[in-house]
Each structure stands twice: as structure tokens, then as C-alpha cells.
Write a protein that binds this ligand. Structure first.
Ligand code: PTJ
Length: 311
């Protein structure tokens, strides 16, 4: 049954992707746009979600549209945190569901996490559409749908404050992909470990989270899944076997605990400035200037993620 659902979900994505010719130099980027527009037409994605994707695209361009070392380290730490948590929950919004519903379901299965729909631009229709998409990709249970079971997460005034009593409210670790700001701080105040996917290393969410994966969710989710499967393999069981007592769980918990988010964000910022520096170097070289000097000038030694004010 779950297999048939997964196949239906995969067929849905394949049909959407087929519209973009594989030979196009920016095929992957166009496919992502297409998924979001279809997600909007199907009632999953908020109109504002399309704009949010545009902001993400610009940052992805600066990151070089590749998963850097910082993002890989963050994925390893996130896998360790998920596998050593007792009640992990993956919060799903419209953009995340449109871009990678199937992988979110796989991640939940692999790590024993619950899936909960939680929206900024909330409506019962969008909640239902997102839950339907997750189910078509094999999700057996989706939280965040029953108004009777909702509780208030204090410290944020947006619709995101309404969380499922059995889900985010009771969670010890929450994955919040493509988040919009103050909820991460509220989740942290409630004692939860927060993992985010965010292309913007300067965003409030990225800076407030415990583990910020600075990469496009469409790429990083596969890396995270691989890391979770690796950890599960090391433990000789599924992703959940990392929790409880014993030597391996302690190792996973230690990886998560020792992760330096601030240092990792600074590394992501260097990825951006390095790319910009290379570009400036190329320009200078093309116009006969000193490219090497220009590159060095634009790649300061100690960049912190706290330079410009986060939005
Ligand atoms: O579905 P809803 O109602 O919950 O609304 C979802 C959006 C995304 C509209 C809402 O959360 C929002 O407005 O978010 P923001 O404030 O635009 O923040 C989203 C963050 O995600 C920004 O920092 C973007 O750079 C980043 N982002 C956008 N696309 C991606 C991304 N990060 C990773 N992968 C992406 N594909």
C-alpha cells in the first residue's frame, strides 16, 4: 500500500519534471520553479512561497548551487541529532512539500520522526493539500490537521504557534525547513533542538537554530538521508536504534552536541564570498587588472555570520 502510494507520488513528480528538457543548461533550477508553480496551482504553496523561493534562488546562485563542506558537516550533525532524539518531528510547509515531499517522508521513516503540517499562511485547505501530497508519497500519519489536538507554542504570534499536542508541542527535536523567523527562537525557548534548511546563512532562523543546513533543501535532503542511513547502518538497525543507552547512541549524541553552528555559518558565508571573489578576480583578469589581489581583497580572513543585520 505504502509502495503504491510512493510510486504514485514519484510518477507525479516525474510528470512535472518531464516538461523541462534535460538538455537545458538550467534544467534543475527550472524544474524546481515548475514544482513550486504546480504546488501553488494545486493549493499547497502560498503565493508568498513563490517569492520566498526567488530569494532562495538568489542565495543559491551565490553559494555556487552546490552542497559545500559546511552543509555536509551540518547534515552529519543533523542526522546524529535526529537519530539520538526520542521524539523528533519534521515540520512541513507548502514549499517543502512541493519541492521534496517524498524525501521528507523517507527521512521521517528512517529516523522515526513524525510529520506535522505547520504553516505561516495557514488555511485548512492548504493543510489538507499538503497532507494529501505527503500521503501520496507514503506517509502513514500526518499531524497538525485536527483542531481539537492543537496547543499553543508561546513566544511567536504567527499561525505557526498552533502546534500538534502529539507532535511539535511534545517534540525534543524539530526540523523546520524554509522557516520565516521567530518560531525558531520560540522552539528553542521551549527547550527543543532545532534543525533548519535555509539558503540564507544570515537569516534569523539560521542564526538561532542549533543546526543550520545552508543549502538548497532539494540537494541537502538527500545528503541528510544518506547520513541518517549511514548512522542506522553503523548501529545495525534503523535510524531509531541510535536512541536510548549504549555506546553508539552516545557517539551520535556527541556529534550533535559538538556541532558549532556559528562556525559552520561563517564557513557558508566564506563559500559565498569566495565565489564572489573568484568572479571579481575573473573580471579583473579580463580587464588586465590584478585578479589575485582583487580576490584576496574580497575574501577577508575572519568573516563572521554576524556582519550585515539579518532581515
Ligand atoms: O507554507 P507557509 O505558509 O508556511 O509559508 C512558507 C514560506 C516559505 C512562504 C514562509 O515560511 C516564508 O515567508 O519564509 P521566508 O521568510 O521567505 O523564509 C524562507 C527562507 O527559506 C529564506 O531564508 C530563503 O532564503 C530560504 N529558502 C527558500 N527556498 C529555499 C530556501 N532554503 C532552502 N532551500 C530552498 N529551496
Amino acid at each position: 500500500m505504502a509502495g503504491a502510494a510512493t510510486e504514485a507520488g514519484a510518477a507525479e513528480h516525474a510528470a512535472q519534471d518531464a516538461v523541462v528538457p534535460g538538455s537545458h543548461p538550467r534544467a534543475e533550477s527550472l524544474r524546481m520553479r515548475h514544482r513550486l508553480v504546480r504546488g501553488f496551482e494545486d493549493g499547497l504553496v502560498a503565493a508568498e512561497g513563490l517569492l520566498a523561493h526567488g530569494r532562495g534562488e538568489a542565495l543559491d546562485y551565490l553559494l555556487g548551487e552546490e552542497t559545500g563542506g559546511a552543509a555536509r558537516q551540518a547534515c552529519r550533525a543533523a542526522a546524529a541529532a535526529l537519530c539520538s532524539s526520542d521524539r523528533p518531528v519534521i515540520s512541513v510547509n507548502g514549499n517543502a512539500a512541493a519541492l521534496c515531499a517524498g524525501q521528507l517522508v523517507s527521512l521521517a521513516e528512517c529516523t522515526g520522526s513524525a510529520l506535522e503540517v505547520n504553516l505561516f499562511y495557514d488555511s485548512p485547505g492548504r493543510r489538507g493539500a499538503i497532507a494529501g501530497r505527503l500521503r501520496r508519497h507514503g506517509a502513514k500519519r500526518v499531524l497538525g490537521l485536527d483542531p481539537e489536538r492543537m496547543a499553543v507554542l508561546h513566544g511567536t504570534d504567527s499561525a505557526r504557534r498552533m502546534v500538534d499536542r502529539d507532535g511539535i508541542f511534545a517534540a525534543d527535536t524539530v526540523v523546520v525547513p524554509l522557516e520565516d523567523g521567530d518560531r525558531t527562537a520560540a522552539l528553542k525557548r521551549a527547550g527543543k533542538t532545532v534543525i533548519t534548511f535555509d539558503l540564507n546563512p544570515l537569516s534569523r532562523t539560521a542564526q538561532a537554530a542549533d543546526i543550520s543546513i545552508i543549502d538548497n533543501i532539494t540537494r541537502a535532503i538527500s545528503v541528510l538521508l544518506e547520513e541518517c542511513r549511514d548512522l542506522a547502518g553503523e548501529d545495525g538497525g534503523d535510524g531509531r536504534s541510535g536512541r536510548g543507552g549504549g555506546a553508539k547512541p552516545t557517539a551520535a549524541a556527541r556529534i550533535a552536541r559538538n556541532f558549532d553552528n556559528e562556525g559552520n555559518l561563517a564557513q557558508a558565508v566564506r563559500q559565498i564570498t569566495g565565489n564572489l571573489g573568484r568572479l571579481q578576480g575573473m573580471r579583473a583578469a579580463a580587464s588586465g587588472g590584478d585578479g589575485a589581489a582583487a580576490t584576496a581583497a574580497t575574501a577577508p580572513a575572519a568573516i563572521t555570520a554576524h556582519g550585515p543585520r539579518p532581515e
